[in-house]
Structures are given as C-alpha cells and as structure tokens.
Design a protein around this ligand. Structure first.
Ligand code: 13P
Ligand code: SF4
Length: 301
C-alpha cells in the first residue's frame, strides 16, 4: 500500500478532511481535499461536515480553523510549522495606538496569533483586505502585523488613515526592485504577478497584485505564455497544473516558505495514525478571537 493509500484509508476511518495551502509541497497539495489561499481555506473550514481537520499549513491556519470549529478536532502535521510574521506584533503597541486614536479599527491580517486576534476588530486576508478596510466605518486603521500589505491597503483605500506596524514576511520582504528588473530583462515578455506581502518598490513594478488565488486565476486567464511570480513558489504546482503550456519564473532562487515546506506526507500519515499535533485554544482566547474572524467572513460576502 502506498503512503497515499494509507492516508486515504485513515482519513476515512477517522472522518478527517485535509486542507492545504498553495505553499505546501506538491505531493501534499495532491493528497488534500481542499487546496487554496488563506481566505478560501478559512471559509471552507466553516462548511465542513467531518469530525477532524488536518491542516497542511502553518500555525495560524490550524489555530483559525480550531477557533471557527471548536467542536472538531484540528491537527497540524508539523506543529512547529509557524509563520514568523504572525509574531511580529506587540500587544502593548495595539493598546497605545488605541489610546492615542479615536475612531480607530485594529485590522489584523489572518497571519497573526490567536492572542493578536483577541485584540483586533476584524481579520483580513490578502484576498479581502482592501475591500474590508474600505467598508469599515472607522477613519483610522491600525494594520497589523504586515507593513507591506498595510501600505498596499493604504494606497488602495486613500480615504483611510492607515497606521502601519513593522512586521513582514521574510520570504516576500527579501525581494527587491533590482532583482525584479533583472528578471524582467531576462524574460521581457513575462508579466510580473506579485503578492501584496512584497515591499512597495517591488509592487510598483507589478502588472498584477493579488493573493495566491488571485495570482493563479490571473495567470490562468491571461493570454501571456510566461510569467514572473512574486510569491512563494509553492504556487507553481497549481499554476503548472492549470496551465500546461505556460512557463513560470521565480524572481530569485530561494523563494519558498521554509515553514510550509515542513509539511510532508509522512507527517500527515503520522498525524492521522497517532493523533499527533492537535491544536488547542483556550475558551477565553477562542471566544474573543472568533469575533474578528466571523466579522471577516461576514464582510467578505
Ligand atoms: P494568501 O493565502 O492570502 O495568498 O497569503 C499568502 C501567505 O503568505 C499565507 O501565509
Ligand atoms: Fe508566513 Fe511568509 Fe510563510 Fe506566508 S510565506 S506563512 S507570510 S512566512
């Protein structure tokens, strides 16, 4: 029996569903029941009829799935797979910005800890951040933790005063305008599609800016035959699957998310077999963190 057969057998036995982000290794995406961006996966997590969720992703994703589904058991194949940006918020800073600004909403990127969510008014993902910020009644927005998504939102929602935090995703933050220009010189016919976690100087060179789902959809609908991709290269699996005749280039050679890369078929099998990596969130945190997550789902309709 192959490892995939074993996983499928155990999945049925334990009434489990596997969710996977586009950044995890290809073979993990292939075994998953649902593959998508952070928004899609959080929405799917509220619609599942199963006893257990195995989340092939990083901690904030498993945590959000548990917050949205307290009655289900949620497992992470590698509990140490974590998003470093999720921790780049100082709770004391949130308190002081709240104290200094009237008419303020704290908007937290879903790439954040459950504790940060308890201090926030609404969550967003890269797919809905602009729309949600535009639709908020407050004039002042404290956007945490990502400075780059925050500054992209500020640019797209000029009626708002967006206060930025200093967090960043190490994978997107390392990209520079110079490297993008180099890639454009090498592939002059390739549009540059970038994730809004990239720095502003990189986004200024982009032909399209969007979430991982947005990038895949844009490339699939485009007539262009090759593309330069400004996000983690895990998306190449779905890009290539949906676009057999098209070519995809990274901006630089090390453009993968090391934490997403920790997820493997062996670890998924171990999780299902031995029930390792279960996610627990205290009732107190869960009840408060649920509010901004549910508000995001409501405001995205
Ligand atoms: P999306 O899933 O919203 O495209 O964001 C990418 C990301 O960095 C997830 O950690
Ligand atoms: Fe976090 Fe960046 Fe990895 Fe996404 S790609 S999980 S933001 S470290």
């Amino acid at each position: 029996m192959t490892i995939s057969d074993q996983i499928n057998r155990l999945k049925e036995e334990k009434d489990a569903v596997i969710l996977a982000h586009y950044y995890v290794p290809s073979e993990v995406q292939d075994i998953a029941d649902y593959v998508g961006d952070s928004f899609y996966l959080s929405k799917v997590a509220t619609e599942l009829d199963c006893s257990a969720i195995v989340f092939a992703g990083v901690q904030f994703m498993g945590e959000s799935a548990k917050i949205l589904n307290p009655e289900k058991r949620v497992f992470m194949p590698d509990a140490s797979a974590d998003c470093p940006m999720a921790h780049m918020v100082d709770p004391g800073k949130i308190d002081s910005v709240r104290a200094e600004n009237d008419d303020l909403a704290v908007v937290c990127y879903i790439n954040s800890t459950a504790e940060t969510k308890t201090l926030s008014d609404v969550c967003v993902t890269s797919a809905n951040a602009v729309k949600i910020v535009q639709d908020l009644p407050q004039k002042n927005i404290f956007f945490v933790p990502d400075q780059h998504l925050g500054s992209f939102v500020a640019q797209q929602a000029p009626d708002k005063k967006v206060i930025l935090n200093d967090g960043f995703c190490p994978i997107h933050h390392q990209l520079t305008r110079e490297e993008v220009l180099k890639a454009k010189a090498e592939y002059p016919d390739a549009p540059f599609l970038a994730h809004p976690e990239c720095p502003a100087e990189v986004l200024a060179e982009a032909d399209y800016i969007g979430s991982t789902t947005g990038i895949i959809k844009h490339a699939t609908e485009s007539d262009a035959k090759e593309f330069i991709i400004g996000t983690a290269t895990g998306v190449f699996h779905d890009l290539e699957r949906k676009n057999p005749g098209k070519k995809f280039h990274a901006v630089i050679s090390r453009q993968t998310c090391p934490d997403m890369d920790k997820v493997s078929l062996e670890k998924i099998l171990d999780t299902l077999e031995n029930e390792t990596g279960e996610v627990f969130v205290s009732d107190e945190i869960r009840e408060k963190a649920l509010i901004p997550l549910e508000r995001m789902l409501e405001m995205s309709k």
